[in-house]
Write a protein that binds this ligand. Structure first.
Ligand code: ADP
Length: 431
C-alpha cells in the first residue's frame, strides 16, 4: 500500500479509504493509494503553512539549493526503480521512463543551482530614495499534476517553487501517481524539513477541488485538461491568488516545399507517437504544401507503418493509453473519422504479445482531413495524426492558426526568412 506525506510523516487518508491502481499494460490492479479528500488537503496546507515559519522557512537559499541537489542525486540513484514504477503505472516504454527520470533529476539540479542566484534590484527613485526590489516566496503553493508524465511534471512544477522557499502541496493524478509518491519519500530522505513538501493522492473532484479551493494557499500550478483549467482559474479568482495553467493543444507541423523532408517526416512521426500521443505539445496536425503533399505524406506513411506498440519491457515506440476512458475516446475519434470517409494513410502495429485487458489503441494516420473536422479541431490525446494540404504561406499560416488552441507549432523550411516570418505569424506559445 502506497502512502501520502503530510508534515514530514507518511500517512493514510483520514477516512482510511483507498483507490485501486491499475496498470494500463494489462488492466490489472497492482497497488492501492490513499483516497485523500478535503480533510487531508487541509492537514497538508496547515503543515505547509507551519513549515514556512519553522525549519524550512529558516533555511537560506544555498541550503535549499543543496537539499535540492541531494534530491537530484537520490532520484538518479533510484532512477531504475522510479522508471519501473512509472512504466507500470503509465504503460510507457522503459527507455522513455528512464529518460523521464533523467529529466526529473535535472529539474532538481537546475533549480537547486538557481536557488541562491535569484537577486533583487535597486531602482533609483526620488532624490534621497531608492526602491529595493526583493524576490520573495509566495507562501504555500498548490501543484496539481497530470498523468502523462507524472514524475517529470511534478519535478517541473515543484522544483522552482522549492528553490524559492515556498512550501508545496502536491495533488498528483489518480490515474498515475506512484512515482510522485515515491519522489516525495525521497525528498524526506534527502532531508527536506517537515512540511516543505506535502503530497495528497486522491480524485480530482475531491482532493484536487479541495486543494484549488483551499482558502489558505497562495498560488496554483496546474497542468491538465481545458475543462479543469477553467475550474482552477475560477477557484484562484475566488481567493485572488495567481495560477499558471498548461492546457491542451492541437499543434501543427507546417511543412513547406523546401523542407528537409527526410528529417521532417521522422520528427513528425515521433512527435505524435511519443507517449502514445498523450502529450499536450504532440504534433497532431500535419499541414503540407500542395507541391510536395503526395510525396511527403507517402514518406510519413511509410515511417508510420513501422510504429510498434507494446509493453514497457518490449521497449517499442509506444505503449498503451492510460485508462479505458482514454482508450474509448481515441477509438471513437478513429471510428468517426473512418465513418466520415477520411482515408487511412497508414496504421502502426500492436505487438501480438501484449496482454489482453491492456488499454492499447491502433496508431492511425488520416489524410485529406477537412479543416473543420473533429480531427483537425479537437485534441485526441492519442496516436492519431491528421494531414491536410495548403497552397501558399498565407494559407498555411491561416490553417495552422485555425483552432481554439495555441500551444506549440513546428515550421519546416530551409528558408531563413520564411522561418522567421511564419514563426512570428503563428499564434502559439512556442514554435
Ligand atoms: P484528464 O482529463 O486528461 O485526466 P484532468 O484535467 O482531469 O485531465 O486531470 C489533471 C489533474 O487535474 C489530475 O491531477 C486530476 O486529478 C486533477 N483534477 C481533475 N478534476 C479536478 C477538479 N475539479 N479540481 C481540481 N483538480 C482536478
Amino acid at each position: 500500500m502506497a502512502h501520502m506525506i503530510i508534515g514530514g510523516k507518511t500517512c493514510q487518508a483520514v477516512s482510511g479509504e483507498t483507490l485501486e491502481v491499475r496498470s494500463p499494460v494489462d488492466g490489472q490492479v497492482f497497488e492501492h493509494i490513499p483516497r485523500g479528500q478535503a480533510a487531508d488537503i487541509d492537514l497538508a496546507v496547515r503543515a505547509a503553512r507551519a513549515a514556512l515559519s519553522s525549519d524550512w522557512g529558516k533555511l537560506n537559499a544555498s541550503e535549499r539549493g543543496r537539499l535540492m541537489m541531494k534530491l537530484s542525486h537520490l532520484v538518479t540513484e533510484h532512477g531504475e526503480e522510479l522508471a519501473l514504477l512509472e512504466a507500470k503505472d503509465t504503460g510507457k516504454p522503459m527507455t522513455t521512463a528512464r529518460n523521464d527520470m533523467i529529466v526529473l533529476a535535472r529539474y532538481f539540479e537546475f533549480y537547486g543551482g538557481a536557488a541562491d542566484k535569484v537577486h533583487g534590484e535597486v531602482i533609483p527613485f526620488l532624490n534621497g530614495y531608492q526602491v529595493n526590489l526583493l524576490r520573495e516566496p509566495l507562501g504555500v503553493t498548490a501543484h496539481i499534476i497530470p498523468w502523462n508524465y507524472p514524475a517529470q511534471m511534478m519535478g517541473r512544477s515543484i522544483a522552482p517553487a522549492l528553490a524559492m522557499g515556498n512550501a508545496v502541496v502536491v495533488k498528483p493524478a489518480e490515474d498515475a501517481c506512484m512515482s510522485c509518491l515515491r519522489i516525495a519519500e525521497l525528498a524526506l530522505e534527502a532531508g527536506f524539513p517537515a512540511g516543505a513538501l506535502n503530497i495528497v493522492s486522491g480524485l480530482g473532484e475531491e482532493a484536487g477541488a479541495a486543494l484549488s479551493n483551499h482558502p489558505d494557499i497562495n498560488f496554483i500550478s496546474f497542468t491538465g485538461s481545458n475543462e479543469v483549467g477553467v475550474l482552477i482559474q475560477q477557484a484562484a479568482a475566488r481567493h485572488a491568488v495567481k495560477c499558471t495553467l498548461e492546457l491542451g493543444g492541437k499543434s501543427p507541423h507546417v511543412v513547406f516545399e523546401d523542407a528537409n523532408l527526410e528529417l521532417a517526416a521522422a520528427t513528425v512521426v515521433r512527435g505524435i507517437i511519443q507517449n502514445t500521443g498523450q502529450t499536450c505539445t504532440a504534433g497532431s496536425r500535419l499541414l503540407v504544401q500542395q507541391s510536395i503533399h503526395d510525396k511527403f505524406v507517402a514518406l510519413v506513411a511509410e515511417k508510420f507503418k513501422q510504429v510498434r506498440v507494446g509493453t514497457p519491457e518490449m521497449n517499442l515506440d509506444c505503449g498503451p493509453v492510460v485508462n479505458p476512458t482514454q482508450q474509448q475516446r481515441v477509438n471513437r475519434f478513429i471510428e468517426q473519422a473512418k465513418a466520415a470517409g477520411l482515408p487511412v494513410l497508414a496504421q502502426g502495429q500492436i505487438d501480438p504479445g501484449v496482454p489482453a485487458g491492456g488499454y492499447y489503441v491502433m496508431p492511425t494516420f488520416f489524410g485529406n482531413v477537412p479543416a473543420d473536422n473533429a480531427l483537425a479541431q479537437q485534441e485526441v490525446f492519442g496516436p492519431v495524426l491528421a494531414a491536410m494540404p495548403f497552397t501558399d504561406e498565407a494559407q498555411g499560416i491561416a490553417l495552422a492558426n485555425g483552432t481554439e488552441f495555441g500551444l506549440l507549432a513546428a515550421v519546416w523550411t530551409e528558408n531563413g526568412g520564411r522561418q522567421q516570418r511564419v514563426a512570428k505569424a503563428l499564434k502559439c506559445g512556442q514554435v
